[in-house]
Ligand binder design. Structure first.
Ligand code: FAD
Length: 282
C-alpha cells in the first residue's frame, strides 16, 4: 500500500524581531497541515548561526511541529560544527538537514570539511544515531558536478555515510525528478527523495536565483511570465496553476512527500495543499 505523503516547510532566519514574530504566525498557520517538520536554513560560514538557533528555539517553543535545523559545513571548522551538533542534541532536536553550503562571495576560507558527506559522517561520529539526517539531491544535477553520473555517486556517498532521506533542489519538470529517482534506485539508493517545491511569485527574483543554483525554468514558463510584465496577480495565478499540476503529478507518480520552500510566507502553501487534498488522504 502507498504511504501517505509527508509535508514539510522550509524557512530562513528573519533579520529582525518583527520578522521573527511574523514568521511564528506563518508557522502557526502552516502547522494546520500537520507537517512532518519545519526546517530552518543556515548561512554557510556560520553567517546566520545565531539567527538559525533563535528561529529554531522559537519554533520549538511556539509550535507543536518538530524542527530540523540546516547545517552547512563550508566555512566552519570541525570543532565549530561539533559544538553545534551537540547543542542541537541538547535542545532535543531529532533531525538535521546536512549540507555543504555555498560561501558568499568574498568569504575566504572553505573550512575543514569539503563535502556534505563528511558532515554526515561527523554528525554520526558526534551523535551516533540520534539524528534523522536529511541531505540535498539534484534532479537536474548540481551545477558543479563533473557529470550526471558522478553527481549520483556523490549522492550515494552521503547515503552510505548515514543519510536517512533527501530533499531536492526545486525544479519545474516532473520527468527530471522521475528519471533521477529511477537512476538513483539503479545505483542502490533507496532512501526517500522528497521533491523541493518553489512557488512562482516574484518572477525576476526566481530567474536570478535559478540561474545561480542550476534549476531550470522551462522556456515556455519564462516566456509566459514575461508576457505578464509586472502584473503580479496574473503571474501568481499562472504560478499556482503550474506548481499545482507539478505537485499533483509528482504525488501521482509516487513521490514520498513535498517540501515547500515557503520564503517565510504561508499563502502559497495554504492555497496549494488543500487543492492536493485527495493525494494526502489516501
Ligand atoms: P555536496 O553533496 O557536498 O555536493 C556539492 C558538489 O560537490 C556536487 O557537485 C557534488 O557532485 C560534488 N561532490 C561531492 N562529493 C565529491 C567528491 N568526493 N569529489 C568531487 N566532487 C564531489 N545552502 C546553505 O548554505 N544553507 C542552507 O541552509 C541550504 N539549504 C539547502 C536545502 C536544500 C533542500 C537544498 C537542495 C540546498 C540547500 N542549500 C543550502 C544549498 C547547498 O548548500 C548548495 O546547493 C551547495 O552548492 C551543495 O550542497 P550539497 O550539500 O549538495 O553538497
Amino acid at each position: 500500500m502507498k504511504q501517505k505523503p509527508v509535508i514539510s516547510f522550509e524557512f530562513f532566519p528573519p533579520k529582525t524581531p518583527e520578522g521573527l514574530a511574523k514568521l511564528m504566525q506563518t508557522a502557526q498557520k502552516l502547522q494546520e497541515f500537520s507537517p512532518e517538520f519545519f526546517s530552518v536554513t543556515f548561512g554557510a560560514g556560520g553567517s546566520t548561526r545565531e539567527g538559525t538557533l533563535e528561529t529554531v528555539r522559537q519554533l520549538q517553543e511556539k509550535t507543536k511541529t518538530a524542527v530540523a535545523p540546516h547545517l552547512a559545513c563550508m566555512g566552519c571548522t570541525e570543532a565549530e560544527l561539533t559544538d553545534i551538533i551537540k547543542h542541537y542534541k541538547k535542545m532535543g532536536l531529532k533531525r538535521i538537514v546536512a549540507l555543504r553550503g555555498d560561501l558568499p562571495s568574498g568569504m575566504g576560507h572553505s573550512g575543514e570539511l569539503k563535502y556534505a558527506y563528511e558532515l554526515v559522517q561527523l554528525i554520526r561520529k558526534t551523535a551516533d544515531d540520534h539524528f534523522h539526517i536529511e541531505v540535498a539531491a539534484y534532479p537536474e544535477f548540481h551545477p558543479q558536478a563533473k557529470s550526471a553520473h558522478d553527481d549520483i555517486l556523490h549522492f550515494k556517498n552521503k547515503v552510505e555515510a548515514g543519510a536517512n532521506s533527501a530533499i531536492t533542489q526545486y525544479f519545474f519538470n516532473a520527468d527530471a525528478y522521475f528519471h533521477f529517482r529511477d537512476e538513483c534506485a539503479k545505483q542502490g539508493i533507496l532512501i526517500p527523495i522528497v521533491p523541493g517545491i518553489m512557488p512562482i511569485t516574484l518572477f525576476s527574483k526566481l530567474v536570478r536565483f535559478s540561474d545561480s543554483c542550476g534549476a531550470e525554468i522551462p522556456r515556455w514558463i519564462r516566456k509566459k511570465c514575461e508576457t505578464y510584465h509586472d502584473d503580479a496577480d496574473s503571474i501568481r495565478e499562472f504560478g499556482i496553476e503550474i506548481v499545482h499540476s507539478l505537485c499533483d503529478r509528482l504525488l501521482e507518480g509516487g513521490a514520498p512527500g513535498l517540501h515547500f520552500y515557503t520564503l517565510n510566507q504561508a499563502d502559497m502553501s495554504a492555497i496549494l495543499i488543500p487543492r492536493l487534498s485527495k493525494r494526502f488522504t489516501k
